[in-house]
Design a protein around this ligand. Structure first.
Ligand code: FES
Length: 274
């Protein structure tokens, strides 16, 4: 008796094509999917090495600037040392500060995705095989549950940001030999200001802040909600480009420390614009 062979189920074939075979880095993808995790790995590693080195160097905040033969002292403070708490137990002041912005970034929703992929390859990218298949099941258990502390780091980050704005304001003040303070603008002033702007874009676009402002409301109608709605729209606008601000602010904060350090060490002079 002739038998008819049943056709393999369509869905199984489709799934086999869509899901990659098991194994780290195995994928059907044909694009350069590894470029992004590699760039994240290199970028975060470079910043980590530089910031650790810079934090252990000591304070750099006073520097000279030349204008029309006057010897002026500028008031630039590296963001790694702000607010300046002084040296305790022989430790660099930066040690008492940096854990706050570091904790804020380490628990940031965007950075979590980025470094889970770049450093733990878990998974390396979308639809790319990982070492232990489907081992990630959210941040529901320890130690990843600790990432929920992000909202508290947000409060600390806003506090540090307020000090950075104060430093940016003081970057406009220059002291002459006679002790008089004068208003002015140097390249360093602009660098400090740009640092505050980009850090504000990053901090105020935080997912936790967006939730704090509007996440618990069913409606923005009535009472003081109009103001709240405007704030929520502003935060949402920044939040849409959170990844961009995360990287720009990281590069700029590193550059700001570098600039202030070089001027303070006398490697180059700060150019006074007016
Ligand atoms: S989610 Fe990125 S700073 Fe809060």
């Amino acid at each position: 008796m002739a038998t008819t062979e049943a056709a393999p189920p369509r869905i199984a074939t489709t799934r086999a094509r869509r899901e990659h075979p098991p194994g780290l880095g195995v994928t059907w993808r044909r694009d350069n999917w590894w470029l992004q995790p590699l760039a994240v790995f290199l970028g975060l590693s470079a910043f980590g090495v530089y910031s650790t080195w810079a934090a252990l160097q000591g304070v750099y905040y006073s520097c000279s600037t030349a204008q029309q033969g006057l010897n002026l002292t500028c008031n630039y403070l590296s963001p790694f040392y702000s607010p300046l708490l002084g040296e305790w137990w022989g430790l660099s002041p930066a040690v008492f500060i940096l854990w706050m912005p570091l904790g804020f970034r380490a628990t940031c929703y965007y950075y979590r995705k980025a470094y889970y992929r770049a450093f733990f390859l878990d998974p390396p990218a979308c639809n790319v095989g990982e070492a232990r298949e489907h081992s990630y099941c959210g941040e529901n258990a320890m130690p990843l549950k600790l990432q929920n502390i992000h909202r508290y780091f947000l409060y600390l980050a806003i506090l540090v940001l307020a000090f950075l704005w104060k430093d940016a304001y003081e970057g406009f003040l220059f002291r002459s030999d006679s002790g008089e303070m004068a208003f002015g603008v140097g390249i360093g002033t602009i660098v400090l200001l740009a640092n505050c702007v980009f850090l504000s874009f990053y901090t105020l676009g935080c997912h936790s802040l967006r939730h704090l402002i509007g996440g618990r409301l069913d409606s923005f109608h009535g009472g003081s909600c109009a103001t709240r709605h405007q704030c929520w729209k502003g935060v949402t606008k920044l939040n849409e480009h959170h990844q961009l601000w995360a990287w720009v602010s990281l590069v700029v904060v590193g550059f700001t420390d570098f600039y202030v350090r070089m001027v303070a060490m006398g490697v180059f002079n700060d150019l006074r614009l007016f």
